[in-house]
Design a protein around this ligand. Sequence first.
Ligand code: SF4
Ligand code: SF4
Ligand code: SF4
Length: 316
Amino acid sequence: MADLIGEEKIRALARNLLAEDRVDVVIGFERGTLPLRASPVFIRDAGDADRLIWDCFCENNLARYLISLNSQRVALVAKGCDTRSVVALLQERQIHRDRVTIIGVPCPRMVNRRRVMEEAGGEIRYARLQGADLYLEGREFRKTLKKDDFLYPSCTACTHRNPVIYDFLVGEPVEEESVGEDPWIAFEKLPDHERWARFSREIAPCIRCYGCRQACPMCYCTECFVDSTSPRWIDKGLDLSDIQVWQIVRTLHLAGRCVGCGACERACPVGVNLFYMHGKLNQELNSLFAFETGIDAGAPPPLATFSPDDPEQFIR
Ligand code: SF4
Ligand code: SF4
Ligand code: SF4
């Protein structure tokens, strides 16, 4: 189902790191229990390294787990966006570089399994990758789809598939051109009132499960503003205005910190489109400050720094 050479290298590295007691745990992916699924896995025994896999369904951003394992020596199987998160978390002093070993893997772009399931038109019982194609079998159908027609929006727009930081690199670097338009571009073309209408329409199904927050490597506050009772910023119900506040404030909290991985959108059980909002803010940060989160460890995040010479009054 995957690039076996890459998989074998990941397994060998994990096996050695654990056997030589250089790390306590290797975080990677294992085959999911359903077709089209890979699950995060925490390998602590060198004998379990063969469980590790690598393919275009390894969609979670594994940097999400680093803060909770801060006291341990962790090896992380990391694609481009995961490594950007590592850089951002290091800049925010949330993790220690000497406790993280990065097994960098160039990313094949992740496949949107929900769209594949819709296209299949029935329950998929078996799936395998055949080069650039995806072969599917169900009780009453057999189909072959072109994998690249079913990528996540974050992955068609991605220009940083190669790890930006690593201790080991598995596989050859890949080209970094985007293969599709970033979803914020279509959103920006709308007149203001239509933008608000579209935003309100799209977030209306949100059930405030906070899966997006839990999947995001940069949403790590001990107490999120939505959970605070003193002060209480927002009610607990599903009133549209409360959902709007939740989505807008969360998006703004990610300004200059979002790495564009799309993990939040993928985690949403009701399919709320979130990525275009983060993409738009990322584009603003890029055009105003020539800044991209997690690319250059030496570049100070614009919203976490100031200049005493700033011409604006608010800074003095
Ligand atoms: S955002 Fe880029 S690096 Fe991350 S999963 Fe998608 S294509 Fe891969
Ligand atoms: S807000 Fe979404 S796209 Fe941005 S870093 Fe978090 S999970 Fe990734
Ligand atoms: S994961 Fe989806 S439903 Fe849950 S809070 Fe986020 S946007 Fe709302």
